[in-house]
Ligand binder design. Structure first.
Ligand SMILES: Cc1cc2nc3c(=O)[nH]c(=O)nc-3n(C[C@H](O)[C@H](O)[C@H](O)COP(=O)(O)OP(=O)(O)OC[C@H]3O[C@@H](n4cnc5c(N)ncnc54)[C@H](O)[C@@H]3O)c2cc1C
Length: 354
């Protein structure tokens, strides 16, 4: 059975991996970019490990460690070193309860779960992505943007912009919800249009490197969040002390900070340094900085989300082997994405067993 997984973010790769672990599936992963991983981006710069998107997952979540073990990189999971988050009140860094710190950033998690800390990978969050790509190498079709989906007999035809079509018996759509919505609408899935209403909140992350002696304030804990009354462009929402939070993020004697900024015009690196210099008493300029723009970052669901999803899944069950996966549906974190990718693969397996 030929299954096309559309989207090589973590959800799509997890779906493809799950399918390849079952006999009888020939999997193709179709991805519009030249790079897999979606919003997971790790860069290795001058001995630093720089995260553009996610930097970790909750320590209590089993999905990534389990996947890592299957991929032979179970020993690469690392624990958070520095713990605790502060709140920048505008005047001082005050201690704040971890659950509240997460809530300020729009992350929905129970206080107890956040208090248990985070985990990551020794080489950064792209390490499991790289391992998945290695195992799925023959299945990956990079640089192919899916532009259309149509029924073809008992299966599917997938149109690629400016390219060939793929025929498949089953399809996993592992795209952001705004990408999935028009494809499902075109094949008549009731409620699909409402999926496009999942809001992907824009943000900018800026990583900045300093010599340790440039940082005069003590870096206590893993970072701080900022009271959210300020809506100014490029204002600071949070800062992670990346080199304190996880091991191996910076060479000895260097500090790596990561600022989260609200979107806006101007130079994010200059703005981030200016904000952090005032709060952390930084002397001089950063050694370097790296900006990642997320015009559509973390998804946030509307109150009607569960109902919309129920209607869409009901519609999908009426069609030949098709499933949806990814951050737009059952949780935005990386662990939820692995879970949803694997669940989508099982939906395909069940539907073909019927
Ligand atoms: C800045 C930031 C920080 C985050 N921090 C954390 C964190 O610390 N911990 C945590 O748990 N979560 C975090 N998250 C959330 C988490 O990283 C994401 O929700 C998750 O990685 C999304 O995975 P995905 O596979 O669903 O989607 P994506 O990563 O968006 O992947 C979708 C893929 O589909 C491809 N695609 C899109 N359209 C098409 C098309 N038409 N044809 C073919 N391919 C297409 C895209 O190129 C992409 O590769 C963060 C997110 C952001 C943006």
């Amino acid at each position: 059975m030929r299954v096309a997984v559309i989207g090589a973010g973590l959800a799509g790769l997890a779906a493809a991996w799950e399918l390849t672990q079952t006999d009888g599936y020939e999997v193709t992963v179709v991805e519009s970019e030249r790079r897999a991983g979606g919003v997971i981006v790790t860069e290795h710069l001058q001995g630093f490990v720089v995260e553009g998107g996610p930097d970790g997952f909750l320590a209590g979540e089993p999905e990534l460690p389990a996947l890592a073990r299957e991929l032979g990189i179970g020993d690469q999971v690392v624990n958070q070193c520095a713990r605790g988050t502060s709140l920048w009140t505008g005047k001082e860094l005050a201690p704040v309860e971890e659950g509240r710190a997460a809530a300020v950033l729009g992350i929905e998690a129970k206080s107890a779960d956040v208090a248990a800390g985070f985990r990551s990978f020794a080489a950064g969050m792209s390490q499991p992505v790289a391992a998945l790509c290695q195992r799925l190498a023959g299945a990956l079709r990079m640089g192919q943007r899916v532009a259309g989906l149509t029924r073809a007999g008992d299966g599917w035809r997938i149109a690629i912009a400016g390219g060939p079509t793929h025929e498949a018996d089953g399809v996993v759509l592992a795209l952001p919800a705004y990408g999935t919505a028009p494809l499902l609408e075109s094949v008549g899935v009731a409620g699909a249009r409402a999926l496009a209403e999942v809001v992907y909140v824009p943000s900018i992350t800026v990583s900045l490197a300093y010599r340790a002696e440039q940082v005069e304030a003590p870096l206590t804990g893993a970072g701080f969040v900022v009271d959210q009354n300020n809506t100014a462009p490029l204002h600071l929402r949070a800062c992670t002390y990346a080199s304190s939070k996880f091991p191996g993020r910076a060479p000895a004697g260097r500090v790596l900070l990561r600022a989260f900024l609200a979107p806006g015009d101007g130079d994010p690196a200059t703005a981030a340094h200016a904000h952090l210099a005032a709060i952390l008493h930084l002397r001089g300029e950063p050694l370097w900085s790296r900006v990642f723009h997320w015009p559509r970052g973390l998804p946030r669901y509307q109150a009607s989300h569960v109902d919309v999803l129920g209607e869409v899944r009901h519609g999908l069950a009426e069609l030949p082997s098709i499933a949806i996966a990814g951050a737009g549906y059952d949780g935005a974190g990386v662990s939820a994405c692995v879970r949803s990718g694997r669940a989508a693969a099982r939906v395909i397996a069940r539907s073909t067993a019927r």
